[in-house]
Design a protein around this ligand. Sequence first.
Ligand code: TYM
Length: 330
Amino acid sequence: MERLLTGLQPSGRLTIGNYCGGISQIVRYQEEYDTFLFVPDMHAITVPQDPEALHRNIREAVGMYIACGVNPELENMHIYIQSENLYHANLSWILECHSAFGELTRMHQFKMKSANKEGFSAGLVTYPVLMASDILLYDAKYVPTGIDQKQHVELARDLAIRFNNRYGKEYFTIPEPLIPQIGAKIRDLVNPENKMSKSSENPKASVFLMDTEKEIRQKIMSAKTDNDGFVAFDEVNKPGVSNLLTIYSVFSGLSIEETTKKFESGRYAELKRGTADLLVEKLMSFQDKFRSIMDSGIVDDVLDRGREYSNRIAALKYEAVRKAVGFGRG
Ligand code: TYM
């Protein structure tokens, strides 16, 4: 089985964007690939975190993956916490020494997150190298993500190629981003030119997986559309309407064509109502499952198994890399 790997930061507030770009793809591919799904808690502290909240969010992130359909009972499913495997940080240091400072400061996400800010952490600059380590440690071939992480996966490719060339052997598998055709960039409901983000300042901009029915309906019914008055899929000229069609399509499993057909004879209000109804149905079901998973104690069992397995695989890779660069006594 080829390997597939991804992670979602434990912010405590996963959005439907995170579901579309990350979780839903794991669910789609979980029977086909040896799957490494981890909680990147080390990435989370690039910005300040409350330690108690972080502990809680890590557990809850895993509960939410499972509630959304990730099957922890599959033999090829490995769910673990990044910080419970010390090889991630060790490999990251080695790869940092093979990265150019300039290539890291040119990354889109770094530029966006550091713009007009003073005193941001050095971790914000080196973050994509840690992400490369997450991927390369396990020889992951495919990395499902939304479009916003594509550049980071490309850096992981570049570093793998650079390292292999420099040390003259295929130490690392060259990973590929797996970007979904539909749902790679769920848009902000208030400013549909932007992507939907956990950290948006406007509370109406994002639907969170833990939102109440009332919140979901209010946010979707007030989503920005346009004044054209007709439903069509056109991301450039009709980003708001296209976003609603996309959300409906991902959560219903219908294609964009089928979704457009379903709503094209009606008004925007019908598209919004249909999307809100579907989201309420799906998210309420995730939330019910989430609550029973969190009560069951299964999360710790899954994470114990994942820690053991991920450390075993990562140790082998790290040992080869350590020797390649000349660490220790050989
Ligand atoms: P994070 O936690 O910001 O996002 C988790 C996943 O959700 C996707 N995503 C979206 N997809 C569609 N529309 C959106 N509006 C949207 N917003 C977020 C992201 O693309 C991602 O797939 N650095 C990563 C976490 C990470 C990682 C890794 C991922 C750390 N190491 C190794 C893959 C492999 C991050 O911050 O994602």
